[in-house]
Design a protein around this ligand. Structure first.
Ligand SMILES: N[C@@H](CCC(=O)N[C@@H](CS)C(=O)NCC(=O)O)C(=O)O
Length: 121
């Protein structure tokens, strides 16, 4: 069992494709997490409490040890950084760079590492 397991909470919606993307990675890595449903029909994504986690007002949001991480693709890369089981980002550097946020920008892996260094040692 991965040591980060008990410290993950995912704010999500079952029918949300962005949420599903993150759930796929969590399942692939066999990481258990506390799932918290955000009721979009009741606009819970616009509540002050949720906006404090995700100022964009979208699902999903992953919270790891109290640190919110937003944007599904960044969350997926973050999970790949902190849990090395069943790697999702190709480990061949040239292919990994294909996952970068832009041709001149940092790779998301580097971005995630610089933004959220916890658990990466
Ligand atoms: N770029 C964001 C997009 C997330 C997104 O569009 N989420 C939708 C559900 S799939 C949402 O929260 N919609 C709420 C709204 O539009 O108020 C990500 O990938 O995390």
């Amino acid at each position: 069992m991965d040591p980060i397991t008990s410290r993950l909470a995912l704010y999500h919606v079952w029918v949300s494709s962005a949420s599903r993307r993150v759930r796929f990675v969590l399942e692939e890595k066999q990481l258990s997490y506390q799932g918290i449903i955000v009721n979009l029909l009741e606009f819970e994504q616009h509540s002050p409490a949720y906006l404090a986690l995700n100022p964009n007002g979208f699902v999903p949001t992953l919270v790891h040890e109290g640190h919110p991480i937003i944007e599904s693709s960044v969350i997926c890369e973050y999970l790949d950084e902190v849990s090395r089981a069943s790697r999702c980002v190709p480990q061949i550097p040239a292919i990994g760079l294909g996952c970068a946020s832009g041709p001149s920008g940092p790779t998301r892996s580097s971005y995630a590492r610089s933004r959220w260094p916890i658990g990466t040692a």
